[in-house]
Design a protein around this ligand. Structure first.
Ligand SMILES: [Zn+2]
Length: 105
């Protein structure tokens, strides 16, 4: 039994569990006991575990693809390089701060 994902709320945990099961990986949702010690905890803080350790690597890979492509992924925006001055920009910028050139589509 290995923990594959920490969810912010129950709905996310069950979404992840359903996703894994749709790929033939058995998973369960459990309260995250390791998060204790902070006093009041969100009641629905929970984690997704794969029951078969051998399936962990595949589950981890599937989830990275799944969550990385989700609209909620805050870090999904890829960095880019300005075609004009070769400055490296982070994904949230839509124009080059060095030369003002707009981000290529
Ligand atoms: Zn530039």
């Amino acid at each position: 039994m290995k923990r594959v994902h920490n969810a912010r709320h129950g709905a996310e945990a069950h979404l992840v569990r359903g996703f894994l099961e749709s790929h033939g990986i058995e998973a369960v949702v459990r309260g995250d006991l390791l998060a204790g010690g902070w006093g009041e905890l969100p009641v629905d803080l929970c984690a997704v575990w794969v029951t078969d350790d051998a399936a962990f690597a595949e589950a981890d890979r599937l989830l990275r693809d799944f969550l990385g492509g989700a609209p909620a992924g805050h870090h999904a925006a890829a960095g880019w390089t300005c075609p004009h001055c070769r400055e490296t920009l982070e994904g949230q910028f839509t124009a080059c701060w060095q030369c003002g050139r707009e981000r290529p589509i």
